[in-house]
Ligand binder design. Structure first.
Ligand code: IMP
Length: 192
C-alpha cells in the first residue's frame, strides 16, 4: 500500500516513512497546496486541510500538523509553533523560559487523511520538558530543546528510529497505519 504526504518538510517525510515502513506502507511526498486554517488544536488544522484535499479528489493524501505546547507559557507556541520557530526561534523560547521552574511541555501531532471521500484524524502526544540549552544536531524545529519524559537525550540527540519510537508523530502515524491495515481487504477474515 502507498499513501501520500502533503508537506514540504523532508524531516516529516523521513519520520512518516520510517514508521509506516514498519507496516509495509510506502510514503510519497506530494507537493500540493495545503489549506492552513488558524485554530487552537492541531487536529482541527489537519482535518480542515485534509477535507479540502478530499474535495479536490486527492485520495490517500495525508496532512500532518504539529506543535509544541509549553505549560508555563499556557500552551504557547502551540498552533503558532511554525511562525514562532521562524521568528523568535529556539533562543526566543529559551529567553521566555528564563527562571521558569516548571519546564513541562508536550509535542502534539495530528495526521488527517482522505480515504474514499471521508476524512480520518489520528493524534499523537509526546510528553516531556524544555531544557535550558539546545543539545544535538539531528531532527528539526524545537528538537534540540525537548527531552521526552523518562529520557535524558533531546530529540535532536536521537536517531530517527529512537525519536520515532516515542515521538508525537510516531504515535500518530502508527495509529494511521493500524487503521489502514485493519480496513484493507487482504487483512479481513475470509468470508464463510
Ligand atoms: P507544522 O506541523 O509544519 O505546522 O509544524 C509546526 C512547527 O512545530 C514546526 O515548524 C516546528 O518548529 C515545530 N515542530 C513540529 N513537530 C516537531 C518535531 O517533531 N520536532 C521539533 N519541532 C517540531
Amino acid at each position: 500500500m502507498r499513501i501520500y504526504l502533503a508537506t514540504s518538510n523532508p524531516h516529516k517525510v523521513a519520520e512518516a516513512r520510517h514508521v509506516l515502513g514498519e507496516y509495509s506502507i510506502e510514503v510519497e511526498q506530494k507537493d500540493v497546496e495545503k489549506l492552513e486554517i488558524q485554530a487552537d488544536d492541531v487536529e482541527a488544522v489537519a482535518e480542515v486541510a485534509a477535507r479540502r484535499l478530499c474535495e479536490l479528489g486527492e485520495e490517500l493524501v495525508a496532512v500532518e500538523d504539529a506543535g509544541l505546547y509549553i505549560d508555563a507559557l499556557n500552551g504557547f507556541p502551540g498552533p503558532y509553533s511554525e511562525y514562532v520557530y521562524r521568528t523568535l526561534g529556539i533562543a526566543g523560547i529559551l529567553k521566555l523560559m528564563t527562571g521558569v521552574e516548571n519546564r513541562s511541555a508536550r509535542f502534539k501531532s495530528a495526521v488527517a487523511i482522505c480515504v474514499e471521500g471521508s476524512v480520518k484524524v489520528f493524534a499523537g502526544i509526546a510528553e516531556g520538558f524544555i531544557i535550558g540549552e539546545p543539545r544535538g544536531s539531528g531532527g528539526f524545529g524545537f528538537d534540540p530543546i525537548f527531552v521526552p519524559a523518562g529520557h535524558t537525550k533531546t530529540f535532536a540527540e536521537m536517531s530517527l528510529e529512537e525519536k520515532s519510537a516515542f515521538s508525537h508523530r510516531g504515535k500518530a502515524f502508527r495509529a494511521l497505519a493500524e487503521w489502514l491495515l485493519a480496513r484493507s481487504p487482504e487483512r479481513q477474515p475470509p468470508i464463510g
